[in-house]
Design a protein around this ligand. Structure first.
Ligand code: HEC
Length: 144
């Protein structure tokens, strides 16, 4: 009886750790979808030929997420339905390097928007998008 009780408590403690990668509360999912939304909003604004205060904030948010992105992939973490490739951990140096390119591009994007230069903003936005894509290509599994 006592053993069963302990097992029940243990399974209660262990189970919630197995979160789905598509859970609305999963910080990795929140961060990545925020990146997607902000990039789209910035692209849309630039296409309309404008740079708004919201776009400055969105770029700053992208920059902040970029700086701590690798923390969203702690060693040994397994999530259901995750498209994270094992290479994120087995080739951590390569993953960090890929993210470093994103960090630099995101800083340049913020800077370009601050200078209120739409065409520089567009070029930076494209360059930033490429750094997202190259990390996804190397470290994200294809859709099932
Ligand atoms: C250094 C690597 C890296 C960079 C840079 C990166 N991502 Fe990701 N992204 C990933 C990985 C890995 C996943 C898969 C995570 C998972 O399924 O657990 C992912 C997932 C996503 C998802 C799907 C999220 C979900 O849970 O449905 C979106 C959207 C996304 N990224 C957008 C972006 C955008 C936009 C950028 C650039 C502004 C970006 N990412 C930059 C590695 C990266």
């Amino acid at each position: 009886m006592k053993k069963l009780f302990v097992a029940a408590i243990l399974s209660f403690l262990v189970l919630p750790v197995v979160v789905s990668a598509h859970d609305d509360k999963d910080p990795r999912h929140i961060a990545m979808t925020t990146l997607g939304k902000n990039m789209k909003a910035i692209k849309r604004g630039l296409k309309a030929g404008q740079i708004t205060p919201d776009m400055h904030k969105q770029a700053e948010e992208i920059q902040a997420i970029a700086k701590s992105l690798t923390n969203l992939f702690p060693a040994g973490e397994q999530k259901q339905d995750s498209r994270a490739k094992p290479e994120i951990w087995s080739d951590a140096a390569g993953f960090n390097k890929s993210n470093q390119r994103f960090v630099l591009a995101a800083a340049a994007l913020s800077q370009a928007l601050k200078s209120n230069d739409v065409s520089a903003g567009q070029a930076s936005q494209k360059r930033t998008g490429k750094t997202c894509g190259s990390c996804h290509k190397a470290y994200r599994l294809p859709k099932k």
